[in-house]
Structures are given as structure tokens and as C-alpha cells.
Design a protein around this ligand. Structure first.
Ligand code: ZN
Length: 243
């Protein structure tokens, strides 16, 4: 089975469409959370994702905040402004969908945990360093975890009690051997690794092969919609930088 693993769309429909087209035909869609927040198209993104076949959809911290499940004070001032705007764009139907998504799912037969942040704190924790990954791995009940949240394509690989960090270069593949691994596909709608292209990954359940991918999209068109909506200028600007 070929699976599109993607995360952190953040209301960016243009990036989402580019990823869906570039990924081509897949057997399943595993979305790791943060459908909304920051971007100009929250309702369209929710409706597009929920219409995908064989979808597993997680809730991210922005999705939880929008629906009132997470305290909004957790976010900085600009993110709060963006969340307030987003909440007013969403239909009752879209809000109910986001509220019903879990922040974590354990796929026991696959040996994979899907979680937005980390197995230690599913909605909140950012896994940025090997030491944070090592601590989080203690809470992991499966050999593999697919995470989002940091917007960075990467892998943390634990072998003989040591954790190393790999950067997920576009086109690079990774096949877990006899080790525990945390994999992050990067962000569709707001990359932060210095590459502004939309990020995603493909997972082959038969060969146990993961591949990081990037695809260019029309960033200017998204920025113009954000300007028209009066969204914070820093969030508009950072899309060009991929930071
Ligand atoms: Zn996010």
C-alpha cells in the first residue's frame, strides 16, 4: 500500500493541491494534524482533506485551539490573531470534523504511531533535538512514529540507546532496520527548513520505505489572499522564506 503522509497544511489550499497532484495515485492518506491556522483557505482545506478516500486525520494544536479544546493563550499574539480570524471562516460542520479528530492514533498491526507533536505530549511537544526524541521514545509503544508539528522534514533514529538526527532531503529515502524511528514529512503549507516548497512524504507499507518529497506551488497567490484577508504580515512574509 502506498500512503501519502502529510502534515501542517495550515489553511494553504494552493500548497495542498500541489501536493495531492504531485503524490499522484495513493492507496491511503495519513494526515498528521494542523489543517488550519495561518493560511487563507481554512474551510476549503478542511473540506478537501475530509473528502479524501482512506483518510486517517489527526488533530493538531491549531485545530484543537480553533475548536476550543486547547487554551489559546498557548500561542503568541500573531498566531492568536490568525486563529481568531480562522475560527470565523469555519462552518459548524468543519469545526465538528476538526473536533472529532484524535491527536494520536496507534496502528498496531502496522507498528506505527501517528501523532501530531510527540508520543509524550501529543498536541504540544516539538521534537527538535535527539535528546527530546530520546525522552519521547520512552512513551512510544510501536517501533515507528510519524509526527508533524515542527514543520521540519527529519528522522530521529534510535539504535542501542543512542538517538541520531537525519535531515529529510528532497528525494531521500529511509528504510527502518532493526531500530526505532521517528519520521517527520515536513509541512505542506508553511515549511520552516529554509525551503519554501511544500513538503510531504510517501510511505510504502510493503517495502517499509519512506521518501521525502517537495513540490513548488504559487506562493504569491497565497500571499495575496492572506493580504486581502488582513492576516499578520509576518505569516505572509515567511512563506517566501520557508522559515
Ligand atoms: Zn503546525
Amino acid at each position: 500500500m502506498r500512503v501519502l503522509v502529510f502534515s501542517d497544511i495550515h489553511g494553504n489550499l494552493t500548497a495542498l493541491e500541489a501536493v495531492l497532484e504531485a503524490a499522484g495515485e495513493v492507496d491511503a492518506y495519513w494526515f498528521l494534524g494542523d489543517l488550519v491556522g495561518y493560511g487563507p483557505d481554512p474551510e476549503a482545506c478542511v473540506q478537501r482533506v475530509r473528502s479524501l478516500p482512506n483518510l486517517l486525520c489527526l488533530q493538531g494544536n491549531h485545530d484543537a485551539a480553533i475548536t476550543g479544546l486547547l487554551e489559546i493563550g498557548f500561542f503568541n499574539a500573531e498566531a492568536r490573531r490568525s486563529l481568531e480570524w480562522t475560527r470565523h471562516q469555519l462552518s459548524a460542520d468543519a469545526l465538528a470534523f476538526l473536533r472529532a479528530c484524535p491527536p494520536q492514533r496507534v496502528l498496531t498491526s502496522e507498528g506505527i504511531t501517528l501523532v501530531h507533536g510527540s508520543p509524550r505530549r501529543p498536541l504540544e511537544e516539538y521534537l527538535l533535538t535527539p535528546s527530546a526524541a530520546k525522552r519521547a521514545l520512552r512513551y512510544l509503544e510501536t517501533p515507528l512514529a510519524f509526527v508533524g508539528h515542527s514543520h521540519l522534514p527529519l528522522a530521529f533514529v534510535e539504535r542501542h540507546g543512542r538517538v541520531r538526527h537525519l535531515v529529510g532531503q528532497p528525494g531521500a529515502t529511509f528504510t527502518p532496520q532493526d531500530e526505532r524511528v521517528i519520521l517527520n514529512p515536513g509541512s505542506v503549507g508553511q515549511p520552516r527548513d529554509g525551503d519554501p516548497r511544500a513538503a510531504y512524504a510517501l510511505w510504502d507499507t510493503a517495502t517499509h520505505t519512506w521518501i521525502w518529497q517537495r513540490v513548488a506551488y504559487d506562493i504569491g497567490a497565497v500571499q495575496r489572499r492572506m493580504e486581502a484577508a488582513g492576516l499578520p504580515s509576518f505569516h505572509i512574509y515567511r512563506l517566501s522564506l520557508g522559515r
